[in-house]
Write a protein that binds this ligand. Structure first.
Ligand SMILES: [Mg+2]
Length: 262
């Protein structure tokens, strides 16, 4: 992995917007600080397009799209995006086939195998509000699992042919050929009328962990909050730039840099 550059070296003058991960990028130790939330409001009021991309469930995304200062939210690692139009919620799915009965049954088998084979792992507390994926908790409401155990969970998902991503708190698995970038492309095309490939440099992305990897490698202006370094062993492609500060304060650092130069 290349050495990270400082965000002060990043060109932010022409930025139309910022796409961002939520857990441990926007949030800090499980909370959204006033500084981070205010930074989002400042960007929103400055006319920047703001879209969080998260592994969190559909239930959370309903709330986020309605109440946060954002233009849309991409949930369950790219299964869908939600956006408000004239005060009404609209939701667009990347792949309807994820609902197939045989996939649901297969996921139940995977869940049983993980819980049996990996002591200490648990189903994520937010699983009930998910539409598509299975989230295994590796450090949110369970005692943090070792790297070996996380890798064991990943292997079980893969063995059954599921896509799998590690976030800072969960290991998420799903059936379907999509990730956060797939849903983002769909959002940009349908809502902004642009091809993301033609406007890559007009947006920046900020994240912290391996489930952000498709975006780290895709965006020319990809940023990691400082804690992204904790995940170096799991990352094949890291962000191009990195903030000095960790978690939400890293988000604030980038927002202030964008607003200072804009
Ligand atoms: Mg994260």
């Amino acid at each position: 992995m290349d050495e990270f550059k400082s965000i002060s070296q990043m060109e932010v003058k022409s930025l139309k917007g910022l796409f961002f991960d939520i857990d441990d990028t926007f949030s800090t130790k499980g909370k959204i600080t006033p500084e981070a939330y205010q930074a989002a409001w400042k960007l929103y009021r400055a006319g920047k397009i703001l879209v969080p991309l998260t592994g969190r469930p559909a239930g959370w995304c309903d709330h986020i799209a309605r109440m946060w200062p954002v233009h849309a939210v991409i949930g369950e690692n790219g299964a869908f995006y939600c956006t408000m139009k004239k005060g009404r919620m609209q939701k667009y799915y990347t792949e309807e086939t994820c609902r197939e009965e045989k996939r649901i049954k297969k996921m139940a088998t995977i869940k049983e195998e993980i819980l049996r084979e990996v002591p200490g792992a648990g189903v994520a507390s937010d699983q009930s509000w998910r539409e598509f994926d299975l989230a295994i908790d590796h450090g949110e409401d369970v005692t943090r699992l070792s790297r070996d155990k996380i890798e064991r969970i990943v292997d079980i998902f893969k063995k059954h042919g599921a896509n799998v991503r590690i976030s800072s708190i969960h290991v998420n698995g799903w059936f379907g050929e999509y990730d956060k970038l797939t849903a983002l492309r769909m959002y940009v095309k349908q809502e902004l009328g642009m091809d993301l490939d033609n406007c890559n440099t007009e947006f920046a992305f900020i994240g912290d962990s391996p489930n952000d990897e498709p975006l780290f490698s895709y965006f020319k202006k990809s940023v990691g909050v400082a804690n992204v370094r904790d995940y170096s062993p799991f990352l094949k492609t890291g962000p191009r730039y990195v903030t000095q500060q960790r978690n939400g304060m890293g988000f604030v650092e980038l927002a202030e840099w964008i607003l200072a130069v804009a």
